[in-house]
Structures are given as structure tokens and as C-alpha cells.
Design a protein around this ligand. Structure first.
Ligand code: NIG
Ligand code: FE
Length: 410
């Protein structure tokens, strides 16, 4: 295999000697080497150091011209597989309807489920793969993908098979999540308990048996799955050996954080509406707190109180929530801008939340999330940027000049 060397890197960010989650004050610490080189071999990072120590061995060199290099982002929360955009609902919201009002009249998640039902598995796969390649070019170097627009065993399996095919061809690591409890299908609107029973008795055993899901998820929210219903699903999934990561506290605080802590849930995600008690419970638990600022931006709902979570030493993570209804972007540089502008994160904090901490949230920290020898050579190059600060600052510009995935330009 070929060896590649990036030379004249102005600042090489995200060097780590430990893969540990960065908490509290350490979230603002990004180790950086100036005037550096970085080498890749066989798809892995094989060395780095100051330019003055650059090895003399001959290999393909790429001159970064004083720009910056940092580890690719890890997106731990996406709904990448979907059948169609929901631009019409976007316009309805401009005219004054809320996300919940649109959902209540059969739009929202049910709209997506309807469209998914009539799209072939091949087309779903082709379109999702195309999106994945766009995200990779925008700096995503590992990703989680949920089902949840199927809402029947067959359609959920169809989505999970699509994710499996994506895993098989993806150059970046992919984790899959079963989200059958995303919304109640129309035919269950008057017998919601039966849908929960169906998830527990039919869907979870089949999905566990299929081996298609790494995790399960549920939309724990008023009007969707109550805390008690979500708990039943989480406990049933645990019996099948499937750990949970949950949509919690997006619009209301209903005890989902406390229930998640009690049930060893890996991560609570969204967290736009957090009481002081929720923050305390989260801080005392081992759970990751995942904020999704592009959803807050797009739906104009509150932003996760990130500073409070960081001060409470919560393992803090950022993700895109890429989906057609509440966050139609997977651009994590933009997510970084939103985190800095609206949540008052320092650029270093946002980078750690999107790299090493996110890698930990997906159990991928030995593979991705930082610059370390032996990790995948998944890095972002910006010659235009002379400092990390440029990335969130220039929120509307594409500053990424090239992305390496497994040591190869994507
Ligand atoms: O994370 N809140 C629940 N699920 C998605 C939105 C899904 C949709 O609107 O299609 C979210 O925001
Ligand atoms: Fe989501």
C-alpha cells in the first residue's frame, strides 16, 4: 500500500494520547502541533510530528501550505435513510404551523413513513449512499444511522437492510439503530398500547435475531412514546442484548432522562428542554448528553443548555440529526458554528464534542475521533483556514479543501 505524507500543516489539531471522553474544563483542550507533518500508511495514521523531524523516506507528499488538519467528524445521530424531502412542511412552518401541528394532521414522521413504503429498497439504498458520500466530503468520518420511517416490522427490516448494505460498502464506520418507536402508525392511533406490544413481542425479537441493529432508539416525548412506554421498550430490548440511545426532552421534560439513567441507556439525545433536576440526574449517570443544534435552528426551538451540561461534567457530544423533517443537513461544520454561536461553545469544545467524545458515544474511539498512530486516516484538510476558529466563524462558507478517508482523498 502507498504511503502518503501531508506536509507544511500550519496546525494539526486533535492529537490524543488517550481516547478518554473529555469532560468539563478538558473539553476546551485540543492538543495541537504547529508546522507539522502527518503520515498515512495502509489506511491508518502511521506518524506525525514537527516538520523539522519529517522523515526523508520518499513517498507521495501533499503540501497543506500552512492550513489546518483535524480529525474527521463523527456523527452519532442521523436518520440518513429516507424516501423524500419534506420541503412542503418547511413552507407550512413558514406560514405558521408548528412541527407538532404538522405531525398531528398526518405529516411529519408519518409522511416520511408513507413515502418510504412506496420506495424500493434499491432506490432507498442508492439515495442514502449518495447522501453518505456527500457527508463524507463535508468531513464526516464515522456515522450512526437510524431506521424509524418504516413503523411496521417489514418496513423497519427494509430500512435496516438498507443500512446493512451501506455498512458493507461504506468507507467509514457505520452503526445502525432500530427506531420502531418513532411514531404511532395510523392504524394504531386508537390502540397505541397494541403498537408497543407489537414492538416488544414481534419487532424486537425479529430485529435482534436478524443482527441488523447495533442499538435501539425511541422518541420519548409527549404525544409520542411516554416515559413508561419507552421504559418497557428499553427493558425488552435489553433482554435481547440491544442497548438503547434515546430521543429525549426535545419539546418537554417528562422524566425521560431519569428513566434512561435507571435503565443504563447509553445516551440521551436532543435535550433542548432540561430542568435543573434533569441536568443533575444526567450528571450523576454515565450517559452521554447529545445536543443537536441544527434541529433547534431549523425548528426554532430552544438550544440544549450545553454550558450547564459541560459545567456539570456530562460527557457532551454534538451531532447533526440529519433527517428530512427537523434537520435537513448533515453538515457538521455548520453544527459547529451553531454550537459556538447559540450554545456559547468554544471552537475547541465543539471540535472535541464532534470527534473524540462522539467517537466514544458510538464505541469507536479506538478507530476514529483523533489524530493518533493506528487510527483510521480519516482527516479534514482546510488550506483556507489558518486556525480552527475559522471553521465555525465562516459559517456559510465551505472551507474544507479535501478529506482523507482511510488515507485516500474522498
Ligand atoms: O430527531 N424527534 C424525532 N425524530 C427526528 C425527526 C424526525 C422527522 O421529523 O422526520 C428528530 O428530530
Ligand atoms: Fe433524531
Amino acid at each position: 500500500m502507498t504511503k502518503t505524507r501531508l506536509v507544511n500543516i500550519g496546525s494539526l489539531y486533535g492529537i490524543t494520547t488517550s481516547n478518554a471522553v473529555k469532560l468539563g474544563g478538558s473539553l476546551a483542550k485540543v492538543d495541537c502541533l504547529t508546522e507539522a507533518y502527518l503520515e498515512f500508511e495502509d489506511g491508518k495514521i502511521s506518524g506525525f510530528g514537527p516538520m523539522t523531524d519529517k522523515p526523508n523516506t520518499v513517498c507521495k507528499e501533499h503540501d497543506i501550505e500552512g492550513g489546518i488538519v483535524y480529525p474527521s467528524y463523527v456523527d452519532c445521530h442521523t436518520h440518513l435513510v429516507f424516501a423524500a424531502n419534506r420541503e412542503d412542511e418547511f413552507v407550512d412552518r413558514i406560514k405558521g404551523l408548528s412541527y407538532q401541528e404538522i405531525a398531528n394532521r398526518g405529516g411529519g414522521i408519518l409522511n416520511s413513513a408513507n413515502k418510504l413504503g412506496s420506495m424500493s429498497e434499491d432506490q432507498l439504498f442508492d439515495e442514502a449512499l449518495e447522501r453518505l458520500h456527500q457527508l463524507i466530503k463535508m468531513g464526516t468520518g464515522a456515522i450512526e444511522i437510524k431506521s424509524g420511517y418504516g413503523l411496521s416490522l417489514d418496513a423497519e427490516l427494509k430500512m435496516l437492510r438498507v443500512i446493512k448494505r451501506i455498512k458493507a460498502v461504506s468507507p467509514i464506520p457505520v452503526k445502525s439503530t432500530f427506531l420502531g418507536a418513532h411514531a404511532y402508525p395510523l392504524e394504531y392511533q386508537d390502540r397505541k398500547n397494541e403498537y408497543i406490544d407489537h414492538i416488544i413481542s414481534d419487532m424486537l425479537p425479529a430485529i435482534a435475531e436478524s443482527g441488523l441493529a447495533d442499538y435501539i432508539d425511541a422518541f420519548c416525548e409527549e404525544g409520542y412514546f411516554s416515559t413508561e412506554e419507552t421504559e418497557r421498550i428499553v427493558q425488552a430490548a435489553a433482554e435481547h442484548g440491544l442497548p438503547a440511545r434515546l430521543h429525549v426532552n426535545q419539546f418537554t421534560s417528562t422524566g425521560g432522562v431519569e428513566m434512561s439513567a435507571r435503565n443504563n441507556v447509553i445516551s440521551v439525545e436532543h435535550l433542548e428542554v432540561m430542568t435543573e433536576e434533569d441536568i443533575e440526574v444526567l450528571a450523576r449517570s454515565n450517559m452521554f448528553g447529545v445536543a443537536l443544534p441544527a434541529c433547534s435552528f431549523f425548528l426554532q426551538i430552544p438550544y440544549t443548555p450545553a454550558r450547564k451540561l459541560i459545567e456539570a461534567n456530562v460527557p457532551f457530544v454534538l451531532a447533526s440529526d440529519f433527517n428530512p423533517g427537523s434537520s435537513p443537513t448533515g453538515n457538521l461544520s455548520f453544527v459547529m458554528s451553531l454550537a459556538c454561536i447559540y450554545m456559547k461553545l468554544l471552537p475547541e469544545e465543539a471540535l472535541n464534542a464532534l470527534t473524540i467524545n462522539a467517537a466514544n458515544a458510538l464505541g469507536l474511539a479506538d478507530e476514529v475521533g483523533s489524530i493518533a498512530v493506528g487510527k483510521r486516516a480519516n482527516v479534514v484538510v482546510s488550506k483556507q483556514a489558518k486556525s480552527l476558529n475559522s471553521i465555525p466563524y465562516r459559517f456559510g462558507d465551505d472551507l474544507i479543501d479535501r478529506v482523507y478517508v482511510n488515507g485516500v482523498v474522498a
